[in-house]
Design a binder for this molecule. Structure first.
Ligand code: IDP
Length: 137
């Protein structure tokens, strides 16, 4: 069974959207196997966003991700990595299709596409790597 790491980012938690994100995951038929409200740390985010280190948006992204608690979860289900990416929608909430989490609930707050409510792993390999970072055995 495939697993994905899903985060409700600080904007989503602050706006009270954690339940709505979970509702959509469960309505799709995926199972939550871990769920924890967490404060990220710079070290954890450096690992999580390793591929983005050095990019111009990296530092503001880390600052944003440290601005409040994150709801971290492990979601399980057949092809749930791709499936949750479909539920989340495009990175830019202005462009994300209606019907998706970002398309329905997100918008541009003048901060480029940083505050887009959720993170979902982009491949089964990333999922296992990210689950190891957020939920070390
Ligand atoms: P994804 O979350 O849709 O997989 P990625 O390209 O992996 O998108 O980027 C990770 C996160 O970094 C995005 O979700 C968003 O919060 C932030 N981000 C990506 N590109 C930009 C940008 O150009 N400006 C500001 N933040 C960005």
């Amino acid at each position: 069974m495939e697993r994905s790491l899903v985060l409700v980012k600080p904007d989503g938690v602050r706006r009270g959207l954690t339940g709505e994100v979970i509702r959509r995951i469960e309505a799709k038929g995926y199972t939550l196997v871990r769920l924890e409200l967490r404060e990220a740390t710079p070290e954890l985010l450096a690992e999580h966003y390793a591929e983005h280190q050095g990019k111009p948006f990296y530092e503001p992204l880390v600052e944003f991700m440290l601005s409040g608690p994150v709801a971290a979860m492990v979601v399980e289900g057949e092809r749930c990595v791709e499936g949750f990416r479909s539920l989340a929608g495009a990175t830019d909430p202005t462009k994300a299709a209606p019907g998706t989490i970002r398309g329905d609930l997100g918008r541009d707050w003048g901060l480029a596409v940083q505050q887009n409510i959720v993170h979902g792993s982009d491949s089964p390999e990333s999922a296992e790597r990210e689950i190891g970072i957020w939920f070390p055995a």
